[in-house]
Design a protein around this ligand. Structure first.
Ligand code: SF4
Length: 143
């Protein structure tokens, strides 16, 4: 899980009515995660600040704090940008890139990132809008 920005935390708190400390914990991102984030996009790595990470709490089983029996309990507009973009991202060169996951049903048998986006009801335009927001949020992020 990558880091949350201050903006995302405020949005989740406002929508859920929860205090930050009920769903956020601070820990240290591993060097491997930082490298992975860098490889996807430096903006993602900035939310990890070379280590200190603000992340969503997880249960003992490793499930996200907001995962309910029917999926995410947060309305889509309040979810972290990473969750809303997954599994298609924009590279620093501006190209669409698929983050391959064996557990992601949306990419099973898909022939392109565009096909995955379409299956998720997204478009390249909506993804680029989210990406632009992620760039702004990560640039303004402070821990
Ligand atoms: S989509 Fe919802 S449940 Fe899944 S990781 Fe994001 S916030 Fe947690």
């Amino acid at each position: 899980m990558f880091g949350l920005t201050n903006n995302e935390i405020s949005s989740i708190a406002k929508t859920s009515g929860l205090n930050h400390d009920e769903f956020v914990e601070k820990d240290q991102a591993s060097p491997r995660l930082i490298d992975t984030a860098e490889a996807i996009h430096p903006a993602l790595a900035r939310t990890l600040n070379n280590g200190p990470r603000l992340r969503l709490k997880v249960s003992a089983e490793g499930n996200c704090y907001f995962l309910g029996t029917k999926g995410c309990v947060l309305p889509r507009r309040a979810r972290p940008i990473f969750c809303r973009m997954f599994p298609v991202f924009i590279t620093p060169q501006g190209e669409l890139a698929l983050m391959v996951s064996e557990t992601c049903l949306a990419q099973e048998g898909a022939e392109s990132p565009e096909e995955v986006l379409s299956r998720l009801g997204q478009t390249e335009k909506s993804l680029r809008t989210l990406h632009a927001r992620m760039l702004r949020m990560s640039a303004a992020h402070r821990t």
